[in-house]
Design a binder for this molecule. Structure first.
Ligand code: ADP
Ligand code: ADP
Length: 230
């Protein structure tokens, strides 16, 4: 589903590459956690896979489509259709209400109005946001905001979810709720998920953990079935 080969990225003024000749293969339906110390390159890796940033070297393909050699416009289009992104700070649009935030990617993609309304209703229901349709992000708790962000990420029915510290600003209970939602998407919809986290208990939800250090993969561990039963 996601293949990364020889991927490298050095920022201007960076002493060494933030991501350094990384190879990864993620199968369809896999739930992968990326762990590692702060500054080890986790977010950079995710941004490269998600097409938010461009590598200096290497290849990236998502669902059979190469991302590394596309124009910015094509990359944006593919990202919108194939990849749902979730951020630590939610990144909701503060001027838009819950319904409008969820609808945003579909509106950008010029989906028909009725299709948008139906999908938004579905997601409001699935993510337990009933009654909050017309609220603005500032009126919601962190957990609710992250559920809106997940709904938005799912709007275009992507096959891949990229999550950068999705529980980083949430307390234990709210973190657990978000992880439950991601686990369910993984189990029931067979979504491929890559989640960056520095929290070992959060990474415990994934089937596979990539440990990053200095821009490289230090270890790649598949967790046992026993851990998955939680
Ligand atoms: P992590 O997500 O593991 O904390 P990052 O991918 O954010 O790591 O950062 C990897 C390295 O790249 C760090 O040394 C960081 O300081 C540097 N870096 C990250 N983003 C930028 C940027 N926009 N400009 C310059 N350097 C950056
Ligand atoms: P309480 O509901 O008593 O405040 P918590 O919200 O801390 O307790 O946790 C409820 C349940 O969720 C516990 O069984 C705990 O082990 C589990 N849990 C909480 N946070 C996480 C997490 N980040 N990852 C995995 N499991 C968690």
């Amino acid at each position: 589903m996601i293949t990364v080969e020889g991927l490298s990225k050095r920022y201007p003024l960076g002493e060494r590459p933030a991501v350094d000749k990384v190879d990864i293969h993620v199968r369809q339906g896999e739930f992968v956690a990326v762990m590692g110390p702060s500054g080890s390159g986790k977010s950079t890796l995710l941004n490269l896979i998600g097409g938010l940033d461009v590598p200096d070297h290497g290849k990236i393909s998502v669902d059979g489509l190469s991302l590394h050699n596309l124009s910015e416009k094509r990359r944006t289009l593919i990202r919108r259709r194939k990849i749902g992104y979730i951020f630590q700070n939610y990144q909701l649009l503060s001027e838009l209400n819950v319904k409008e935030n969820i609808a945003f990617p579909m509106a950008m993609d010029r989906c028909p109005r009725e299709e948008i309304q139906m999908r938004v209703q579905q997601l409001i229901h699935a993510l337990d946001l009933k009654g909050k349709e017309n609220s603005f992000p500032a009126e919601l708790s962190g957990g609710q905001q992250q559920r809106v962000a997940i709904a938005r990420a799912l709007a275009m029915q992507p096959r891949v979810i990229l999550a950068d510290e999705p529980t980083g600003n949430l307390d234990r209970r709210r973190s657990y709720e978000v992880l439950e939602i991601l686990s369910r998407l993984h189990r029931e919809e067979r979504l491929t998920i890559i989640m960056v986290t520095h929290d070992l208990s959060v990474a415990g939800c994934a089937e596979r953990v990539l440990l990053f250090k200095d821009g490289r993969i230090e270890s790649d561990i598949r967790q046992t079935e026993v851990n998955l039963q939680r």
